[in-house]
Design a protein. Structure first.
Length: 368
């Protein structure tokens, strides 16, 4: 395990009795000091990963390492990990100071040390002066910060956050995204954040694990995940996508909607069936004769920063376009896109196979 790796899952499976597998042979590494997001729909296994890291449950198969130590059976209170829950789990009968101090008092720490540590934690979350405030008097965002202060006062090496923003309204949620990201940078500890909100994951993360049906579909930086999805699920789940069936003619040339287009993809078999992704913002509205695609405008909605245009080509494929140009329903227009806007996906390709294909062609490009 590398010096910077703090948590490692090695072929971990979780199953309850005879129920379907919740987590299926999952392996990954978590490095210290980064902001990770576990992203996926309800029931995909992301909260199970969090609970396994916290020590609330044990794996059915495989091993969980904390640094170089297997921690499968190490209880939660002996792990350098703290959790911020969705409902914050604050004590309503205790004020802010005592909520934050609770874990320290359990450890029978001296009062002077407790006071020093609680004040430092409250300073980190911008709640200095709120020590005597009752929890019922706090706003949603303030309660969340109290919950984070209670977690970080114990000086964990990893902070787990189980959808802590889901109960907040949109404006406050956006503000707290920035606050959480900035807090993680100031603390320098590892954050593992669970959400089903794609925009939230893209905005906050150093790395994202996209999870579905108990498997990690893809992991990487937000830009990697968005620009290079490896399968239909990831492309569809992360942002909005236009996905059509196509055929890889040869390296750097793909066919879809009955035409051949230059692209930047390589390493697939000649004439292999593929799926083609083009993001809505990568489609430029132009005249019919200048477009690479000719389409009929079916609907248009104003979204504030752009128009959302729904149109159809002659084969009946639907195309979603995000553009600052206004069109009219019923217009015949052209859509232009660069070769870099086309992303080709192989049917059924795993993340491991995708990475190997890229590595093989990087070696060829580098003359190895």
């Amino acid at each position: 395990m590398g010096d910077n790796v703090i948590i490692r899952f090695e072929n971990v499976t979780k199953q309850y009795d005879d129920d379907p597998v919740v987590l299926d042979n999952v392996s990954f590494e978590i490095e210290r000091g980064k902001f990770y997001t576990l992203l996926g729909p309800s029931g995909c296994g992301k909260t199970t990963i969090l609970r396994l890291i916290a020590g609330f449950i044990e794996p059915t198969k495989g091993n969980i390492f904390f640094k170089d130590r297997i921690v499968n059976q190490i209880p939660a209170n002996e792990r350098q990990v703290n959790t911020v829950f969705q409902d914050y789990a604050l004590f309503p009968h205790l004020n802010v100071f005592e909520n934050v101090a609770f874990g320290l008092r359990i450890k029978k720490m001296k009062n002077a040390e407790v006071e020093e540590k609680v004040k430092e934690a409250l300073r980190f979350v911008n709640l200095v002066g709120y020590e005597n405030r009752e929890i019922r008097e706090m706003s949603g965002g303030q309660r969340q910060r109290v919950a984070i202060a209670r977690a970080i006062v114990n000086e964990p090496e990893v902070l787990l956050l189980d959808e802590p923003l889901s109960a907040l309204d949109l404006k406050l949620r956006t503000e707290m995204q920035y606050e959480l990201r900035e807090l993680q940078r100031r603390l320098g500890i590892t954050f593992i954040f669970v959400t089903h909100d794609q925009e939230e994951a893209l905005a906050m993360s150093d790395e994202i694990f996209v999870i579905n049906e108990g498997k990690i579909q893809q992991s990487g930086t937000p830009i990697d995940i968005y620009d290079e999805p490896i399968n239909r699920f990831v492309a569809d789940f992360i942002g909005e996508s236009n996905i059509v069936h196509g055929k890889m003619i040869k390296d750097f040339c793909v066919e879809f909607v009955g035409k051949q287009f230059e692209c930047v993809d390589q390493g697939l078999n000649p004439n292999e069936p593929v799926e083609v992704v083009i993001r809505p913002e990568d489609l430029e509205v132009t005249t019919r004769e200048h477009g690479k695609l000719q389409v009929h405008v079916d609907s248009q909605l104003f979204r504030g920063v752009h128009y959302e245009i729904c149109c159809y080509d002659e084969a009946g494929n639907e195309w979603l376009v995000h553009s600052t140009k206004k069109v009219k329903v019923g217009d015949e227009i052209g859509l232009y896109f660069d070769p870099e806007a086309i992303h080709v996906m192989r049917f059924g390709e795993t993340e491991e196979e995708f990475d190997k294909r890229l590595e093989a062609y990087d070696e060829v490009d580098n003359g190895e």
